[in-house]
Design a binder for this molecule. Structure first.
Ligand code: NAP
Length: 259
């Protein structure tokens, strides 16, 4: 399908690996020029080079912490006028309710709520003036079904979701859509870390943990960054102009919601 976005420019935050990388790859396949970001310069540049070679689009890299003000400023400066923004950052660590102090919450809110909000605020005026824009925030299944050990993530994602619910409707009339993509379990480094943590705390083998988790997913496997990325690219396409303020769940059917 032609997504109708050849030649557009996208910022894809936290995109050297995992779900962000999947989004960058799918947008590049649709002909979108990219500004890719991550903290480790070498991994980021290697990912960018693969995407340039495979899809022939322009890829600018900005090695920076997207959670820092300087990092965000560097990404925005490298991008200039931008048509598409994919917000992403690493997720907070798992733990128990008694593990987290105020600073832990501030850190989580900074990464997974206030950083995407700052980037949305920076990109919206130009998108609205030009009459077209697509913003996709990578959040989590925990927005619909909070996960016990991810209290920090649950809290921050809920805050961003609330902000998007209002803002998406305030700007929709200008041709800009904002939506959230909610990953269930996808096979990325983040999930290896989560499975390793579970194996350690439960004293079980990691393969056993993975098999048990896969059994909770009707599709019978973890999702892939590639299929996640393709959904993101569709939400960024010309065809998705009527999808506004939605929380799109990609979880292989694991969360059984009637609505
Ligand atoms: P991942 O495989 O660990 O990849 C994270 C990517 O983000 C890497 O490219 C990393 O590169 C970059 N990154 C992390 N923190 C950054 C920062 N502060 N500034 C710039 N780049 C940063 O993670 P993932 O599985 O794709 O997860 C992406 C997001 O989805 C996370 O917020 C995660 O909590 C959420 N999520 C994932 C799943 C899942 O199943 N995978 C499920 C629910 C929610 P550097 O380390 O070099 O910066």
């Amino acid at each position: 399908m032609d997504l109708g976005i050849i030649g557009k420019k996208a910022i894809v935050c936290a995109s050297s690996k995992g779900l962000g990388r999947g989004c960058a790859e799918a947008l590049a396949e649709a002909g979108v020029n990219l500004v890719m970001n991550a903290r480790s310069a070498d991994v980021l540049e290697a990912a960018a080079e693969e995407i340039r070679a495979r899809h022939g689009v322009e890829v600018t890299t900005v090695a920076a912490d997207i959670v820092s003000e300087e990092g965000r400023a560097a990404v925005l400066e490298a991008a200039g006028d931008v048509d598409i923004l994919v917000n992403n950052a690493g997720g907070p660590p798992p733990g128990m309710w008694y593990d987290w102090e105020r600073e832990d919450f501030v850190k989580a809110l900074d990464a997974n709520m206030l950083t995407p909000i700052a980037l949305i605020k920076a990109c919206l005026p130009g998108m609205m003036e030009r009459g077209w824009g697509r913003i996709v925030n990578i959040t989590s299944v925990s927005v619909k079904a909070p996960i016990g050990v991810l209290g920090l993530s649950n809290s921050a994602r809920a805050g961003l979701t609330g902000y998007v619910a209002g803002t998406a409707r305030q700007v929709a009339g200008s041709g800009v859509t904002i939506n959230n993509l909610l990953p269930g379990i996808h096979a990325t480094d983040r999930i290896v870390q989560m499975d390793t943590h579970a194996a350690k705390t439960e004293g079980r083998d990691i393969a056993e943990i993975q098999a048990a988790r896969q059994a909770t997913i009707p599709v019978g496997r973890y999702g892939t960054a590639a299929e996640f990325g393709q959904t993101c690219a569709f939400l960024c396409s010309q065809h998705a102009g009527f999808i506004v303020g939605q929380n799109v769940l990609l979880d292989g059917g694991a969360t059984n919601l009637s609505m």
